[in-house]
Design a protein around this ligand. Structure first.
Ligand code: FAD
Length: 467
């Protein structure tokens, strides 16, 4: 088979491109180094679909953020992905900065912006500190589950004929009689065009493709993730006034009802995702300067994600040495928000018309968490495994986990199941359900439990004989 396009990298950008190209009827393959999609920066960010008032006007960041944000509600509905337009507040004590953000937002075409005085901010969030004198309200700002979004984009593509090759690390590239041959030493893929969307690994892949390398810089963002109900913030996303390097430490609701506090913006030599005392202390002090009810004792996890930057804007362009290669890198924030629009931009660079063909839709997921007892009882009557709780913290049943294991990408790791079902995402962080999830994975895939990994191939959990 000769593919129209091979996309290298299965983060939200690669998955959005795969989905868009599949929707217009192109034969596509996604090549991902990890054992699942969304294992890079896409799984570790704030999950905000930004309204678009922050980016410098007329940049790709500004244009594609605003366009992408408008596409999100419809896409999330079609893909059955958790999404909520919760509104954002930028709060601080400098009205001139608030006014400039408002003006910038208008220039970028953002609707639903409102400048607020202290009293108006207080009415929305009563726990603001005495430092806060003003704010900007952005009605269209929203929250999404970033990994569920990327997974659903890939899943819908797969049920419509796209191929996703996991555990594929490109090692060889050559010209073929038609198109190009891409190999990892085991699989050989032939494609007419190539899109490189590997985030911070761009230069490694560019080396193999003999394509352009960029001056990549990294900034690490560390977070606290708090338990559900940890603090009342009115459901909003609350930002400080932005700095030159970042949108600052935010406090936000997540689509699952947790509270996220972060990120830092720490320059890093590599794309390492460590967390540090320095970073976490910085988050605490910045969050406490905005709200008086920050409750970090309700923390259930700390984590970090790494932004890849190239200069001040996204890089989305044909390679200067080979116009069959499209480079997509430097996709830092607001890359998630812009992802559906980035996909359309790439489609244009590839010379395809944006005309979707009729496609199969994903079956809506059964999420017992959101069902009434009556609805759950009806499900149990048909399938008793909807009555067996595996993850006590999040209330996830055995059948939901089995559904996830048999979903289009056939996930094999414990973390892949966590991203799809939330089993292990609660306050015990998998303490009770981890082993049960491993057993279900082994049984459904008919493999030995020793072969189950936490995430990628080198993260085996059981090593050696435990009897
Ligand atoms: C702290 C932080 C907060 C953020 N908050 C937001 C936010 O709230 N809203 C927003 O809009 N944006 C946000 N962003 C930005 C957003 O997360 C990114 O723009 C987006 O995730 C980038 O996706 P990507 O697909 O380019 O990269 P990635 O998700 O990193 O995907 C790249 C993929 O390529 C794979 N890969 C690497 N090398 C190879 C190889 N050799 N072969 C095959 N595959 C390979 C990786 O395994 C990975 O899966 C944030 C980013 C950070 C770090």
């Amino acid at each position: 088979m000769i593919y129209d396009v091979a996309i290298i990298g299965g983060g939200v950008i690669g998955c959005a491109i795969l989905n868009k190209l599949t929707r217009i009827g192109k034969k596509c393959v996604l090549l991902e180094k990890g054992s699942d999609v969304s294992v890079g920066t896409t799984k570790a960010n704030s999950g905000i679909v930004h309204a678009g008032f922050d980016a410098k006007p007329n940049t790709l960041k500004a244009i594609l953020n605003v366009k992408g944000a408008k596409l999100f509600p419809g896409l999330c509905k079609e893909l059955d992905v958790p999404f909520k337009q919760n509104g954002a507040l930028v709060i601080g004590n400098d009205m001139s900065v608030v006014n400039s953000l408002y003006e910038r937002g208008l220039q970028n075409g953002v609707q639903g912006l409102k400048v607020l005085d202290r009293q108006a901010v207080l009415e929305k969030v009563p726990s603001i500190t005495d430092n806060i004198t003003c704010g900007l309200y952005a009605e269209t700002s929203a929250i999404v589950s970033p990994y569920e979004f990327a997974i659903a984009l890939a899943e819908e593509s797969v049920i419509n004929g796209a191929q996703v090759v996991l555990n594929f690390t490109l090692s060889d590239f050559k010209k073929a009689s038609e198109g190009y041959s891409l190999s990892d030493g085991t699989n050989q893929i032939i494609a007419k065009k190539i899109v490189v969307a590997v985030g911070g690994a761009h230069n490694e892949v560019a080396e193999i493709l003999n394509a352009t390398k960029y001056d990549l810089k990294y900034r690490r963002g560390e977070y606290y993730l708090l338990d559900k109900g940890a603090m009342d913030i009115g459901g909003y996303t609350i930002f400080p006034l932005p700095t030159k390097d970042s949108k600052g430490v935010l406090i936000s609701a997540t689509t699952s009802g947790n509270i996220i506090v972060g990120p830092t913006s720490i320059p890093s030599e590599t794309d390492s995702t460590i967390t540090t005392k320095y970073g976490l202390d910085d988050i605490a002090s910045k969050a406490n300067s905005m709200l008086s009810n920050v409750n970090l004792r309700k923390n259930i996890r700390v984590f970090s994600g790494v932004r890849t930057l190239v200069g001040d804007d996204f890089v989305i362009e044909k390679d200067s040495k080979n116009s069959d290669i499209i480079n997509v890198t430097g996709i830092c924030s607001p890359g998630l928000s812009a992802s559906p629009a980035i996909a359309e931009y790439v489609l244009d660079l590839l010379g395809f018309e944006n005309k979707e063909v009729v496609i199969k839709k994903l079956e809506p997921k059964i999420r017992t968490q959101y069902l009434s007892s009556n609805e759950i009882n009806k499900l149990i009557a048909k399938e008793p495994r909807y009555g067996k709780i595996v993850c006590r913290c999040e209330g996830i049943t055995e059948m939901e986990i089995i559904n996830a294991i048999n979903s289009p990408l056939k996930p094999t790791s414990v973390d892949a199941i966590k991203r799809r079902t939330r089993a292990g995402m609660g306050r015990c962080q998998g303490g009770f359900c981890f082993l049960k999830v491993m057993e279900l994975l082994a049984k459904e895939h008919n493999i030995k439990i020793d072969d189950i990994t936490k995430e990628n191939q080198n993260s085996r959990i059981i090593v050696g004989d435990i009897r």
